[in-house]
Write a new protein. Structure first.
Length: 169
């Protein structure tokens, strides 16, 4: 990768704040005007990208990587920065209540997302609808429990393959 214009660090588009914020536009648009807090959006982002980890889910948007369940632990800062980028461009709104900061789509979210016609945008649109249909009705505690009970399994298939490869017969 090339260094940035300032010569500091290289740009990293994959799982950057911009990409995460971009994905959240699709999730919030699919939410039909419902607000969501950061923790729910972190779970939704994982499920959107790794939908193949869920039984009967669509193929994953991105390739499977080892220990991908740990993404949930490090995603908060990047996703928060991405949401702030989308907020700064008036593509989402923030509201504050007793539970914290809630994010919601706006009319601009819809107008922006509908203009995107690439295959990747279509895949985001389909998986975002699937995430909301499958998990949108869960209470926060139910979603957190689901994620917690499965996170250790997601990406562990690489560990099993490595163990089999190292097995001496």
């Amino acid at each position: 990768m090339k260094p940035s214009a300032e010569g500091s660090s290289p740009s990293r588009p994959f799982n950057s704040p911009l990409e995460c914020g971009f994905r959240m536009l699709f999730i919030l648009e699919a939410s039909g005007g419902k607000s969501a807090d950061l923790q729910r959006l972190i779970s939704y982002d994982y499920l959107l990208v790794h939908s193949g980890d869920v039984a009967d889910g669509p193929d994953s948007l991105h390739p499977s990587v080892p220990y991908r369940g740990s993404e949930l632990l490090v995603k908060r800062e990047v996703l928060s920065a991405g949401l702030n980028q989308m907020f700064a461009r008036e593509l989402i709104t923030k509201t504050f209540d007793t539970s914290g900061i809630l994010y919601r789509a706006t009319e601009l979210t819809s107008a922006f997302v509908v203009l995107l016609k690439t295959r990747y945008a279509g895949d985001l649109r389909l998986r975002s609808r699937w995430v909301i249909e499958r998990f949108g009705g869960m209470l926060d505690a139910e979603l957190n429990s689901y994620m917690s009970s499965n996170v250790g399994r997601w990406g562990a298939e690489f560990e099993r393959l490595s163990a089999i490869k190292d097995l001496e017969l």
